[in-house]
Design a binder for this molecule. Structure first.
Ligand code: SF4
Ligand code: SF4
Length: 337
């Protein structure tokens, strides 16, 4: 397994890391077991966030007594000094530690600089040793490019999968040129990509550290398998990716859920990508009474536009929902998937 050094942080870990967002959805016992198994299988980097409900607590419990054996990154959505202090103290307590390896501003709308209080907070916390490195996460390419140019951050976390555009790939290269670590989130594009081998092979071509979102032992086993059988890009995988890109590129929902809650309670993060999910998962799972009712809620959309102000990919959500509902109804009427 190839190692990745996250720019000037000097943090060097196998190119196969753990995204701890999904462990919110499992019991503490299951989460601790997953995290320990990930460590035993070779993973050394674990990414969590204050916004992921009890994820930090589970990570803290899993690595109590072996803090120096792992690297942990977390995030804050704070924009004020008070909230920053509150979040950082809570995170340190949850993680049962007195330092965080990389502390990131979470999903920023712009690049915060030396003039901003929130950036000053990061610098002070680093001087105090409570955080070791300053990172940031963004979803918009323009914001991410500004961050790299600013030279103020040691790592950037950004969505990156084999659906990446040329501009996204340039961003990863530019991080390397600026000696900045690149942490790749959404390597499966929010569950849309299902071939872990192709996702890993794509990632292996870049100086990017993927944090795979893991909720089940079976998912973890797939990623841990790559420590034994290293995957690199082959002509066969390249052809598979090209084919998949043709099918999926364009305006598509990544399932991140940032647009929610919806004014009329539509489950946007699933309904806006139903056409893809239904063709990529066993379709019966999406045709249940429950999902039929969820999809029909799209008819209640009042086009208030609130969701669009929150979507980092600037999608026209009401239109996308309507398209998905039309396709879904046709499938219910017997159109083959
Ligand atoms: S535009 Fe439609 S989908 Fe978006 S928040 Fe409003 S009601 Fe919900
Ligand atoms: S519509 Fe946008 S914000 Fe909402 S889940 Fe999809 S990609 Fe995320």
């Amino acid at each position: 397994m190839r190692s990745i050094t996250l720019g000037k942080t000097g943090i060097t870990v196998p190119q196969n890391a753990f995204g701890a967002l999904p462990i919110q959805r499992v019991s503490t016992e299951e989460a601790v077991s997953l995290l320990r198994n990930a460590y035993d299988g070779g993973m050394r980097f674990f990414d969590t966030a204050r916004a992921y409900s009890d994820s930090e607590e589970k990570v803290g419990k899993a690595f109590e007594g072996m803090r120096d054996k792992v690297f942990i990154s977390s995030k804050t959505q704070a924009t004020t000094r008070e909230k920053f202090e509150e979040d950082l103290n809570t995170t340190l307590k949850n993680l049962k530690t007195d330092y965080i390896d990389i502390y990131q501003l979470h999903c920023v709308a712009r690049c915060y600089n030396e003039e901003d209080d929130i950036y000053k907070c990061l610098v002070e916390a680093k001087k105090q040793g409570r955080i070791r490195h300053i990172g940031i996460t963004a979803h918009k390419i323009g914001v991410a490019e500004d961050i790299v140019k600013s030279g103020l951050y040691e790592t950037l976390q950004f969505p990156f999968s084999y659906l990446a555009s040329d501009r996204d790939i340039e961003l990863v290269k530019s991080c390397k040129e600026h000696d900045m670590g690149f942490i790749a989130m959404k390597g499966l594009s929010g569950g849309l990509l299902t071939d872990s081998k192709a996702c890993m092979a794509f990632m292996s071509q870049f100086d990017a550290l993927p944090i795979w979102g893991i909720q089940r032992q079976s998912e973890l086993d797939e990623w841990l398998g790559f420590f034994k059988d290293e995957i690199t890009m082959t002509d066969e995988i390249r052809a598979f990716i090209e084919n998949d890109r043709k099918e999926l590129l364009g305006e598509f929902c990544r399932g991140c859920g940032y647009c929610m809650p919806c004014t009329v309670d539509i489950t946007i993060n699933q309904c806006a990508r139903m056409s893809q999910m239904i063709r990529r998962a066993p379709s019966q799972n999406w045709l249940t009474e429950f999902w039929q009712q969820e999809m029909m809620k799209i008819e209640n959309c009042v086009e208030c536009g609130l969701c669009m102000t929150r979507c980092p990919y600037e999608l026209n959500i009401p239109e996308l929902l309507k398209k998905n509902l039309k396709d879904y109804k046709e499938i219910l009427d017997g159109k083959p998937v």
